[in-house]
Design a protein around this ligand. Structure first.
Ligand code: PGA
Length: 252
């Protein structure tokens, strides 16, 4: 049984101060949620981690980052290492989000280096993959995703299924209000699972595969009901406490 992972992605939103208030309110609102049936995670800006860590400590809410340096340390002005994120309170890190690939020219080799940087310190990578609209229209969505997975996981090993999360985010569905159908999300989940089994063996049965791209309270239950949709990577709706909670409730 894979416990669903409901992962918010706050992107470039909120301040540490506002986030602290937001988090305290969320924790008060958790009373009706069966937290044994769902894992709660918010991937926040790096500046928020050390502020939110003492607030979430000992609660069911975990913290993650949205990007990491491929380097462990050195003269890399502006970069933040995996060890820094871990020490500041992150347990997960989003890697290779399509916005990083598009606006920061991240390719599969860099994404792979970031996966390895996370693994080196025990930060769990949430590896993002997904096709753009023209690739789906051309029927190339599966080969695109497999190529991204192959590149990012080349030579990567995992000991336990909880050491890796993969998020399928069709780029045309992110922030657009267009969602892949639950059947499309499941079809890609099955393709990814089969690739991961070929790569890692039986441990791949336990790897969580998330869907991301305009997941909202009104479509979450149908998506999350699919066998190979083990959670969500949620942008816009994760900034609204009631919507984030509604999606978590659907998962639980
Ligand atoms: P969205 O973003 O839910 O706002 O579409 C998802 C993501 O980019 O992770």
């Amino acid at each position: 049984m894979r416990t669903p992972l409901i992962a918010g992605n706050w992107k470039l939103h909120t301040t540490p101060t506002a986030a602290a208030d937001w988090m305290r309110s969320l924790l008060e609102d958790l009373t009706d949620l069966d937290v044994s049936r769902v894992e709660l995670l918010l991937n926040v800006p790096a500046t928020h981690l050390a502020v939110l860590a003492p607030i979430t400590e000992g609660t069911p809410v975990q913290l993650g980052a949205q990007d990491v340096s491929a380097h462990a340390e050195g003269a890399y002005t502006g970069e933040i290492s995996a060890a820094m994120l871990l020490d500041a309170g992150a347990r997960y890190c989003v890697i290779g989000h399509s916005e990083r690939r598009e606006y920061h020219a991240e390719d599969d080799a860099l994404v792979r280096a970031k996966v390895l940087a996370c693994q080196a310190v025990g930060l769990v990578p949430i590896l993002c993959v997904g096709e753009v609209e023209s690739q789906r229209e051309a029927g190339e969505h599966e080969t695109t995703v497999i190529r991204q997975l192959g590149g990012a996981l080349d030579g990567v090993d995992i000991a336990r299924s909880q050491d890796l999360v993969v998020a399928y985010e069709p780029v045309w569905a992110i922030g657009t209000g267009k969602t892949a159908t639950a059947d499309d999300a499941q079809a890609m989940g099955a393709v990814m699972r089969s690739f991961l089994k070929g790569r890692f063996g039986p441990v791949a049965d336990g790897i969580r595969l998330l869907y991301g791209g305009s997941m909202k309270p009104d479509n979450a239950a149908e998506l999350l009901a699919k066998a190979d949709v083990d959670g969500g990577l949620i942008g816009g709706a994760s900034l609204k406490r009631d919507q984030y909670l509604a999606i978590a409730t659907a998962a639980a």
